[in-house]
Design a binder for this molecule. Structure first.
Ligand code: ZN
Length: 336
């Protein structure tokens, strides 16, 4: 977003001009419907005829299919349409035969990147949809008492939310991720210049979790690939910030979480001898962060440690390495 996610985020230049405006979102991804948890999703158009027979406005199916099979059919149909398989000929008249569907395929979506907007809903929608900003996200989750999930970009298209980014060996994640913006003010500056990060309403997180579960199921996204903008771009971003309730996502089975007993035992070890900067750099890389070099506690390393702390140890997240941070990192990177 404009304030917190400053730079606009398209991966490449003029090749994606069609993305300059939000386009209609196909059912079941974001047509007027409800998530499995009942949160409203607001689409911009009626669903396409191709999908209309599969999902009704309440997520039910008119032909008795299970939700899973219906979604598979919808995904395959959408994929076929995008690939041109749904047409009978090329514009030049060459026939296209779509009778052989390969079993060897999966989703192009590998990651979910979470953001906050530092703006209210109206300003967030403007920023995420108007051409001049060159910023977008697939979804926007509002902070209303009854949150609304707006779909601004169809899942099969690229949204511009993460720009220069890296996670687990993948770079420029816009092409391989779904971006979710959360309406949230970020932080307030106190009189002494320190920051007060504001909390997230429970209903908003409930809505987000409902959406995440739906996305994870449909795309088969691995738990370690649900990340914050601050983790994939730690040198310039920090959203969704240290008050984002990552532990709740862990409790819902969406992301991994370090075992408290293992962390306590390993912390005792590291309190005797804190690992050096080179160890932190190596372990942060193994965890998923972009490579760090030099073996010294420089600013890029501190920012990366801070991003890690914001998720797993938010009580203190100034990037200073300590035994607890090292223990959490060790436990996450080293399977039992
Ligand atoms: Zn962001």
């Amino acid at each position: 977003m404009a304030a917190s996610c400053g730079e606009w985020n398209k991966n490449e230049g003029a090749t994606v001009q069609a993305n300059m405006r939000p386009v209609n979102c196909p059912a079941p991804l974001c047509d007027e419907a409800a998530t499995p948890g009942g949160t409203r999703r607001a689409g911009r158009s009626r669903r396409r005829a191709l999908d209309a027979r599969i999902v009704d406005a309440h997520g039910r199916y008119d032909d008795g299919m299970t939700r899973r099979s219906a979604l598979v059919v919808a995904a395959l149909a959408a994929g076929a349409a995008l690939a041109g398989c749904a047409t009978n000929t090329t514009p030049g008249g060459v026939p296209i035969d779509a009778r052989y569907a390969s079993a060897n395929q999966d989703s192009r979506v590998l990651f979910v990147v979470l953001h906050y907007t530092v703006a209210d809903t109206a300003a967030s929608i403007r920023t995420l949809t108007e051409p001049a900003t060159e910023v977008s996200a697939h979804y926007l989750v509002t902070d209303d008492v009854l949150p609304v999930i707006y779909c601004l970009v169809p899942e099969e298209r690229r949204a511009w939310h993460s720009g220069a980014s890296h996670w687990r060996g993948h770079a420029m994640l816009n092409a391989s991720s779904i971006g979710i913006e959360i309406v949230h003010p970020g932080f307030r500056e106190r009189a002494d210049g320190t920051r007060e990060y504001l909390s997230f309403p429970k209903a908003q997180i409930d809505a987000l979790i409902s959406l995440l579960k739906d996305i994870v199921r449909r795309h088969g996204i691995r738990p370690e690939r649900i990340v914050g903008h601050g983790e994939v771009s730690p040198q310039s971003k920090e959203d969704p910030g240290p008050t984002f309730p990552w532990k709740r996502l862990a409790d819902e089975g969406l992301i991994p979480w370090p075992d408290a007993g293992r962390v306590a035992a390993q912390r005792a070890v590291f309190e005797q001898q804190l690992p050096d900067a080179a160890w932190f750099q190596q372990m942060l890389l193994r965890h998923g962060f972009a490579p760090l070099a030099g073996g010294v506690l420089d600013e890029p390393t501190r920012r990366t440690i801070s991003a890690f702390q914001m998720r797993y140890r938010p009580a203190s997240h100034d990037g200073t390495p300590d035994a607890e941070t090292a223990a959490i990192l060790h436990v996450l990177v080293t399977p039992p």
